[in-house]
Write a protein that binds this ligand. Structure first.
Ligand SMILES: [Zn+2]
Length: 210
């Protein structure tokens, strides 16, 4: 998929040019995506229209994190902190719908969403547009040495998820040459559990060349 990028962006070691992103030095990928999103999108809450400033601005994951929503610009939208906490882990259209509901019908709708999420986790693991994700053989993904000891909290959460659903909870993110950009924990876990193919978001206009 093509990563959405601003026309102009200045950060040391990062180059945005001709619709592509070149990363020249190791960065925290998620932070880079946040900075790019603020440069790309209007400085207004997409739900209430309020003007955003450094104090009240947050980024909403349009496909929520708890169902595999990745932190890339295409999935991030500026919202005020109030709207973001109200939207919580709902999908964009679910939130727009639920705002119109009250009482019993709201409760019913929420229960339906919980059931749907459970089905998605059992069937696929994560909720993302099909065209964003490919299944790729582990051996094709290139990465710098993964630390041998990564069994922290994040690892435990992946393990819990895997034991319950027999799926990975989210994809990893790679550049156009299959170099890993984000998702060391998932990759480490997949290697440990000898999972042959992992879900991958391939960013075709991004190159990591430190
Ligand atoms: Zn708002």
């Amino acid at each position: 998929m093509i990563l959405e990028l601003p026309n102009q962006f200045k950060l040391s070691g990062i180059e945005v040019k001709d619709g592509g992103l070149i990363i020249h030095q190791p960065v925290r990928f998620e932070d880079l995506m946040y900075d790019l999103t603020y440069a790309l999108r209007k400085n207004r809450c997409i739900y209430c229209g309020k003007k955003l400033n450094a104090k009240n601005r947050t980024l909403d994951h349009r496909y929520p994190r708890d169902t595999g929503g990745v932190s890339i610009t295409n999935n991030l939208y500026p919202t005020c902190s109030v709207c973001n906490s109200r939207k919580s882990n709902l999908l964009h259209h679910e939130y727009l719908h639920i705002r119109k509901l009250r009482g019993k019908s709201k409760k019913k709708f929420l229960q339906k969403i919980i059931r749907q999420k459970e089905q998605i986790k059992r069937k696929i693991g994560y909720c993302l547009p099909k065209k964003w994700v490919s299944l790729v053989e582990m051996s094709k993904i290139k990465y710098d040495k993964v630390p041998n000891e990564m069994r922290g909290k994040r690892y435990c959460r992946i393990l819990e998820f895997y034991e319950k659903y027999h799926k990975l909870p989210r994809p990893v993110i790679v550049d156009k040459r299959m170099r890993l950009l984000d998702g060391y924990n998932i990759l480490f876990f997949a290697r440990e559990f000898k999972i042959a193919k992992v879900p991958v978001v391939i960013l075709e206009n991004v190159e990591y060349k430190p």
